[in-house]
Design a binder for this molecule. Sequence first.
Ligand code: UDP
Ligand code: MG
Length: 307
Amino acid sequence: MKLSIIVPIYNEEKIIPELHRRIIKSAEVITDDYEIIFVNDGSKDNSIFQLQSIASSHKKSFYINFSRNFGHQIAVSAGLDNCKGDAVVIIDGDLQDPPELIPELYKKHKEGFEVVYAKRENREGESLFKKISAKFFYRTLSSLTSIDIPLDTGDFRLIDKKIVECLKQMPEKNKFLRGQISWIGFNQTAVYFNRDKRKYGKSGYPLSKMLSFAIDGITSFSDKPLTFVTRTGIFLSFFSLLIILYAIFSHFILKETITGWTSLIISSMFIGSVQLVSVGIIGEYISRINNNVLDRPLYIIKETNIL
Ligand code: UDP
Ligand code: MG
């Protein structure tokens, strides 16, 4: 099989017919030997019925139906576990990633690149908050990690079978595919595109999901937050020691008893919040260790037409 196209689907019923049509058109520019794998990630609308009817009328289309919503990264991982192509395209199911770019990605792959990612030049119709938070996130991430995660790049990309095999050997439960793929290496290049706006439905990434995705990215690829906590701790202990010495000195030698409620409340609030943040950061890492120790399956498939 030459080409696999993986599409995660969460509440995209309105767009599925157009999505399917446009993906087929782009795939057929490249080859007849392709497959499209839709992963229905516990959609609450009629997406699954659409996917089933598509799969029964078009022999190159397949679906995997999850038992519930497991999340975008896990949906893509399920597609990767079940695809057969020598080249594999990952594309969003809301047409924000234009399928028409796939032939261009494939061309670069033919030139010898194992990873061809699609880099967004601008994001149309997304809220100012999303644009700013995304910019901030990608820059924070790249300043925290030593590996080179490309800026402003989602999961829309083409990867070689070799990369898929490497990903399967990475058993972590908190997936951050774009980081993992950068970590794997090989020859990587970018193709630029304009990100369209969502035509129907709404984003499946509310703030809470975006935050936990961002924390997954940071905790999987950086120990710096922990180092930061330790260093702040050392600095603050040193600082407190000075204050303690001064307090003893002023009590026994200067014989001044301080009435200072202000300084007391400020220092206890400050130390309290630093401790809370520090414990929180450590907790984020521990909860991820816990997830991996539990060793549950990554996802549960309710049904599929992939043999
Ligand atoms: N998606 C998914 N599971 C989820 C949330 C989203 O499979 O829990 C899919 C969604 O159908 C889409 C892709 O992941 O194909 C990207 O999601 P979305 O467009 O909601 O994210 P955004 O573009 O707003 O970042
Ligand atoms: Mg989207």
